[in-house]
Design a protein around this ligand. Sequence first.
Ligand code: SAH
Ligand code: SF4
Length: 391
Amino acid sequence: MNPSVTTPESSPALPKVNLLGMTRAQLEEFFISIGEKKFRATQIIKWIHQLGVDNFEEMSNVSKALRSKLETIAEIRPPEVVYKEFSNDGTRKWVLKVGENSMVETVLIPDGDRKTLCVSSQVGCALDCSFCSTGKQGFQRDLTTAEIIGQVWVANRSYFEENQDYDSRTRALTNVVMMGMGEPLLNFDAVVPAMDLMLEDYAYGLSKRRVTLSTSGIVPMMDKLSDVIDVSLAVSLHATNDELRNELVPVNKKYPLKELMAACQRFLAKFQADGGRRKITMEYVMLAGVNDQASHAYEMVQLLKNVPSKINLIPFNPFPQAPYQCSSRKQILAFQQILTEAGFVCTIRATRGDDIDAACGQLVGQVQDRTKRAARWQQKINAGEIIRSPQ
Ligand code: SAH
Ligand code: SF4
C-alpha cells in the first residue's frame, strides 16, 4: 500500500462550518446541501441570533438526529470576548479576539430608548485619515462576516445574560452603526451579509433606517452598495474643499468632492420611492483652527445644496500624538448656527464613553501600541478583571 495515501480513518477532520456568519439564504443552501429541508434555516437562525444560543444541544425544536449531525460538521463560533468595560455613562465596550493575533472593539451606546452598537469592519484601516487613531494603526486585516455579526451577537447575548431574559423580545440594541474600526466599503463582501443579518426578521430585525454604514467616500462601492442592500448612509465629509480634504481624508485624492457629491446624489436617487425624504448623514469632525471657521460652514452650505443631507458635527476625540485639538464649544455652536440658519438639520454628537477609550476614533486607543496593549491587558488579567467568553 502506498504510505502517502490516507485512509478515511486517518484523514484529518474537515474544519467545521461556522453558521454564525451565514445569511438565511446561505443557511437554506447549506441545509439543502446536507439533505435537509430548507425551513431548518429559519429555525436555526432564530436560535442563533434571536436567542443568543451557540450550541446545538439547546435547540429543542430540532430533532436529536439532526443536532448530532450538525455537531459533527458545523459550529456556532462567536469571537472570543477578551475583556469588557462599562463606562460611567452606561457605554459598554467589548474587546474581541479575532483570529490568532488581532483584537477589535465594539461599543454599545445607550441613549434613552435608543441603544446603538458601533461595529468594526476591519482590524485597523488602510486609509490613514490624519485625525483618526485607527488610521494611525495601519491595516491588519478584514473581518469575516461571522466576526462582524459576532459583535452584534456578543452585545445581544451579554444583554440576555444580564437580564436572564432569553424569551423576551425586548431589544438589546435598537440601532447599528458601522462606525467602529475600518472602512466598511473596503470589506464589502463580508459587510453586506452581516448587514443582511441585522435587517433579517428572523435574526435582529432592525429597520433599514436603524442600520447605518459610514464611509470615507469610496465612490464605486457606494454605487455597488445601493445595488445590493438598502441601509442608511453616512459620509465622513470633514472638509468642504479638496485641498483640505486631501490632507484630512487622503482617499479624497482618489475620489474628490465633486465625485463624492455625485455619488451621494445617485445613492439618494436609487431610493426615491421613499418619497424623497431620505437624507445622507454628513459627519464632520471639529478640529480647532483647521476646518471650523465660518467660511468652512458657508462652503458646506454651497457644497451640500443639491444633496439632501443632515449634518452631524463630531467633537474631535484626542489620542496620543494627535496633531489636532477639538474646537471650542463656542466655535462648534457658531458653526452649527450657520448650517441651521441655512436650513440644514445639524446635530452635535455627544461624546460618550471616553473614560473607557470608547469614543469615536479612540477605538484603537488600547490596540495602537501592541506592546503597551499586551501589558495593559496583562495587568487587567492579573487584577482579575478579565472575563471569560460566553460559552
Ligand atoms: N471608516 C469609516 C467608518 C469608521 S470611522 C469612516 O471613516 O466613515 C467612524 C467615524 O468616526 C468617522 O466619521 C470618522 O471620521 C470619525 N472619527 C475618526 N477619528 C475620530 C476622532 N479622533 N474624533 C472624532 N471622530 C473621529
Ligand atoms: Fe479609516 Fe474611517 Fe479612520 Fe479614515 S476615519 S482612517 S476611513 S476608520
